[in-house]
Write a new protein. Sequence first.
Length: 146
Amino acid sequence: MSRAAGRASSIALILALTLIPRLAELPHFRPENLAPDAAHFLNVARCFERGQGFSNPSAWPAWMNPARLPMPETFKEPGYSWLIAAASRLGADPFRAGQTLSLVAGILLPLVIAALALAVSGDGLIALLAALIAAGSPLLADKSDS
């Protein structure tokens, strides 16, 4: 088998083993059972949509005592919420937009891990094993869907 064919086979295996647990778990995540972080990201996305910038419409975390709401967001990175807001402006449902972003990132992560492992070790087998561990990780699969 040529090197290119071996690399293509490895990528296909990684993607297949990445998709299986994520797609199996995907139907279990609905707007009714949002995790607190997911709800928080959606709240911040709504602030972006309303032109309030990177802010938070609630006094979160509980020890915050803002003079007014929304308050500046200080706990989460802006990129994820901003992308949800951008997709919403194009007509996407905010929940599904966030879920899709998480799923795409979760599918790409094992490939990124493989590239990093290859760059660090120089060994294709180590890179493949690292990617397969990430692909099958229950925690990563869960966070890719929620």
